[in-house]
Design a protein around this ligand. Structure first.
Ligand SMILES: [Ca+2]
Ligand SMILES: [Ca+2]
Ligand SMILES: [Ca+2]
Length: 141
């Protein structure tokens, strides 16, 4: 599937259209729909993601990226988290050119706050769909 098709699919979901991922065929591992994804990050099922829930998901992601189990992630391991060099450099407070879990969670915290546009301490599905919300999602999934 081309990235263009993905973009269209995401737009359709954002517009509230029901997209049956299966109909896009030939996806070897079926990706979770945004709604399913949201549910997975909202274990208390209150319809919003709070900081604790975001950090829990982020820790799970950190563990899954953490293939060599040395306690830190380098730029390469962080590829799917979409952390750019500038963010990386800022988050790497001990300057060892890797992010440990604490440093990773700092980025989560930053992006969470950026995405929480109404400043109520939680993220609604709508807030998660914003640019900042998507940047946060990349750290969680
Ligand atoms: Ca929740
Ligand atoms: Ca570091
Ligand atoms: Ca909010």
């Amino acid at each position: 599937m081309s990235s263009n098709e993905w973009g269209k699919a995401l737009l359709a979901v954002a517009a509230g259209t029901v997209v049956v991922l299966g109909s896009l065929h030939a996806v070897p591992v079926r990706a979770a729909s945004p709604a399913e994804q949201f549910k997975a990050w909202d274990p208390d099922n209150d319809g919003t993601i709070d900081m604790e829930e975001a950090k829990k998901a982020a820790v799970a992601k950190f563990e899954s990226l953490h293939k060599d189990h040395d306690g830190t992630l380098d730029m390469k391991e962080l590829a799917s988290a979409k952390i750019d060099e500038k963010t990386f450099a800022k988050a790497d407070v001990d300057n060892d050119h890797t992010l440990d879990q604490k440093e990773y969670l700092m980025v989560v915290e930053q992006r969470f706050k950026a995405a929480d546009t109404d400043n109520d301490g939680t993220l609604s599905p709508a807030e998660l769909k914003t640019k900042a919300g998507k940047a946060l999602s990349a750290l969680l999934k």
